[in-house]
Write a protein that binds this ligand. Structure first.
Ligand SMILES: Nc1ncnc2c1ncn2[C@@H]1O[C@H](COP(=O)(O)OP(=O)(O)OP(=O)(O)O)[C@@H](O)[C@H]1O
Ligand SMILES: [Mg+2]
Length: 423
């Protein structure tokens, strides 16, 4: 793959356009036939036009934000870089095109990059969860060479900081498989986020269990979430859990286009320029539906009341099924463990200009600006607050130790007190 200078982007069988490598930049131009279709994959930040686009922002890996969504980040990019070193020598630094070639057909969502790298089908095998989680938690720099391709295949290109794998699961037999087109569609596709052994955890990070409790609370508060399960595995004396959620970018085996808020706005995930206002606007513009505005309001309130401050631009996404846009189910909802008991975390996107100690007034201001009435905001707020006021029940049900339950629940209680809606 070394030295490839351009790559084609496909949406299903449609050629979307071509990306060319430059020095510290890439060029993208839409295919003339694609310009004539009604399909728009990034209607706000990459309007369809004949003239080429130039991308040189390192925060988006020098490619269009939409394509940078396809690239792994955090854990997956460490695996990817190790792979390139193994293939091309220790000093090799992959170009933007190399990285997209690595993604090939294996990314989340519906975009495909050609030529891509093919997987040797004969090596496809059942997925050994214990072996894989051991690898995922090992120091990658010290991982034996022969494991790199295995890690690569499991990590694939799912984004996010933490170790995860894309799997095909046969619930009838309880067997897991590496995800691959040759694994039949009767096996469901899931994303699995690995838990870690207690000795590897730095703080209270029993995060798969916490994420599961949060998932359940979000569901109870009316937020759309994917199907999720906690998957236990036993290591000598300890049982650890992994958080698994069913892939929402696949429907009956068909890939659905997925784009993050960051990609759609062209604003980097950690930037202070990206706010809940943008999320409301994009949801409304793309879907044209008040239901989606209400869904954003629920998610915003949930994140504030539950101390989920990791609400950056890659933790909000949209799905496009070829006809209409909608918010993807909510994901990566979890507790931000920051500061003492009476300290609330700093959110990644501001709400009415505020990122910390968000008040009911701030929430109301944002909601009404988005077109909701005071009464609608209050009703939605109450629906979200109800399960969160019973957070201890959910945290216990996720098998968390008492100390963790109390710590998380007290912080939620405090956050709810701080942004309480008066009647
Ligand atoms: N059920 C799902 N179906 C499809 N894609 C998913 C699903 N869950 C997560 N993803 C995708 O995988 C990416 C990583 O997941 P997630 O955000 O949960 O991981 P993370 O490592 O905790 O991320 P972060 O770096 O934000 O902490 C998400 O940005 C999203 O695009
Ligand atoms: Mg995330």
């Amino acid at each position: 793959m070394k030295g490839i200078r351009s790559i084609e982007v496909y949406y299903h069988d449609l050629l979307v356009g071509e990306i060319f490598d430059g020095i510290n930049e890439t060029l993208f131009h839409y295919n003339a036939d694609f310009l004539r279709t009604k399909i728009d994959l990034s209607p706000l930040s990459m309007v369809k036009r004949e003239s080429p686009y130039l991308f040189d922002d390192p925060d988006f890996s020098l490619v269009a934000p939409l394509f940078s969504d396809s690239l792994p980040d955090g854990y997956g990019s460490v695996v990817m870089n190790r792979w390139f070193e193994r293939e091309n020598g220790p000093l090799y630094r992959p170009t933007a095109i190399d990285k997209l070639t690595y993604v090939g057909e294996t990314g989340l969502g519906a975009l495909i990059y050609r030529p891509g790298q093919s997987y040797p089908v004969e090596k496809l095998q059942q997925f050994d969860l214990r072996e894989q989680e051991r690898l995922a938690s090992s120091n990658i720099a010290q991982t034996a060479e022969e494991w790199i391709h295995r890690l690569r295949r499991a990590a694939r290109t799912a984004g996010g900081r933490f170790p995860k794998a894309l799997l095909a699961i046969d619930w009838a037999t309880g067997l897991f498989y590496e995800d691959h087109p040759s694994v039949g569609l009767e096996k469901e596709r899931w994303v699995l986020k690995f838990g870690s052994l207690s000795e590897q955890r730095k703080s209270l990070n029993n995060y798969p269990n916490i994420e599961y409790a949060y998932h359940q609370m979000a569901k109870a508060s009316g937020i759309r979430v994917p199907e999720a399960r906690l998957i236990p595995s036993t290591h000598s004396s300890e049982v650890i859990s992994h958080f698994a959620s069913r892939r929402f970018d696949l429907k009956c085996g068909k890939r659905i286009h997925l784009a993050t808020l960051s990609a759609l706005t062209g604003i980097t995930p950690g930037s202070e320029n990206l706010t809940y206002r943008n999320l409301f606007e994009v949801a409304h513009q793309l879907s044209g539906s008040l239901q989606e505005v209400k869904e954003v309001f629920r998610r915003m309130v949930f994140n504030v009341l539950s101390c989920n401050a990791d609400d950056h631009g890659k933790n909000h996404s949209f799905l496009f099924d070829g006809r209409k846009w909608e918010l993807s189910p909510a994901y990566d909802l979890t507790f931000s463990d920051e500061g003492g008991l009476n300290h609330l975390p700093q959110h990644s996107m501001s709400i009415a200009g505020v990122i910390k100690n968000i008040s009911a007034k701030n929430l109301l201001q944002e909601g009404t600006l988005a077109g909701l009435t005071n009464v609608q905001c209050k009703v939605l707020y109450e629906e979200v607050a109800e399960p969160l006021s019973r957070s201890r029940d959910y945290l216990h049900a996720a098998h968390l130790p008492e100390k963790t339950v109390e710590w998380v629940a007290r912080k939620i209680d405090f956050a709810m007190k701080e942004s309480h809606f008066s009647h």
